[in-house]
Design a protein around this ligand. Sequence first.
Ligand code: NAD
Ligand code: IPM
Ligand code: MN
Length: 370
Amino acid sequence: MASNKNLLILAGDGIGPEVMREVNRVVEWMDKRRAVSFDITEDLVGGAAIDKHGVPLADETMDKAMEADAVLLGAVGGPQWDNLDFSIKPERGLLRLRKEMELFANLRPALCFDALVEASSLKPELVSGLDIMIVRELTGGVYFGEPRGIETLPNGERRGINTQVYTTSEIRRVAEVAFDLARKRDSRVCSVEKANVMESGLLWREEVTKLHGEGFDDIDLSHMYADNCSMQLVRTPKQFDVILTDNLFGDMLSDTAAMLTGSLGMLPSASLGATDATGRRKAMYEPVHGSAPDIAGESKANPLATILSFAMNLRYSFDMGDEADLIEKAVTKVLSSGKRTGDIMAAGCELVSTEGMGSALLRELDEQAA
Ligand code: NAD
Ligand code: IPM
Ligand code: MN
């Protein structure tokens, strides 16, 4: 029996708990069928934590996250918490986790499964075989830069302030992750910023170029302005292998990339910290989508982004590549069998609920393990 793996599950709000229920079934399956024992703790984040503790992430939960081998997060936020003070909104809970765990590299793979080629809003030939890895910087930039806030000017006008800041070390450590990943893929990195109008973008370009010359010149490095990148992603998305970009551009470009794969409900992610001397690395796994208030509570949500995030968890934190492969193959099979949640529904397919998708996936897992 493998040693226990300490996993903290934070299901969060809206569809978060609905999709996480299906992950729990996969976890149970692993336990039973693969004799892998997970030590699972569940806790609250986001609106759910606000309702119980008055804050979007209790200190005890933060402590648990720091100690866990990995954190799996559903989604946070919803209209019922929109009018709270900015400092205690649900999203602050997620941002605190990322910042205090120093999860500076967010890997967002956009992979178009063959069966979903028709679900994309682009022409099939543009997305068929698509396999892009977006590496989004996650603990810096305008999300965290100071000064920030809303102030009232002497003339009574109000002013909202956020600051885009990057240091050389912040740029270099995330660029290194992108170069390392590219080596295991097609060895191409496209670094994306706006060096034409932002000093932080210029520094980004200079530092990425410098690092490239310090041992990564086997990688084909190109640079692109972010506005052009958003256009190129829907024009000829397969031109990209690894896209390296900052926090805000990465947020936006990954939602765009999600639609290339058929749905936001398909995109997983891994948020990774630095590897320490013992080889350990803090990590949180989270779908790219949010709490989807428009469909929450209706069992319509696609659980595959979160299930695939769990597969990334197995691969990156638990050294369980075989089990991650099993899940990814089962996802491929379920989609080929024509089972679809509403977001990826197509003519001739069978509409299933969130739970129905989970059940179909478990059946495929059973079949593969038989
Ligand atoms: P969203 O990602 O929640 O939803 C955007 C659209 O995609 C909606 O139409 C939704 O129904 C659909 N969608 C998303 N996930 C889906 C899934 N798994 N299956 C089927 N359809 C899915 O974005 P939003 O509506 O802009 O934000 C809603 C709330 O979620 C906000 O409070 C926002 O701050 C929060 N949010 C949280 C996260 C996170 O926790 N990581 C990410 C993004 C947004
Ligand atoms: C995401 C989300 C988050 C972000 C929000 C909810 C803080 O949109 O993970 O993509 O902006 O990073
Ligand atoms: Mn986002």
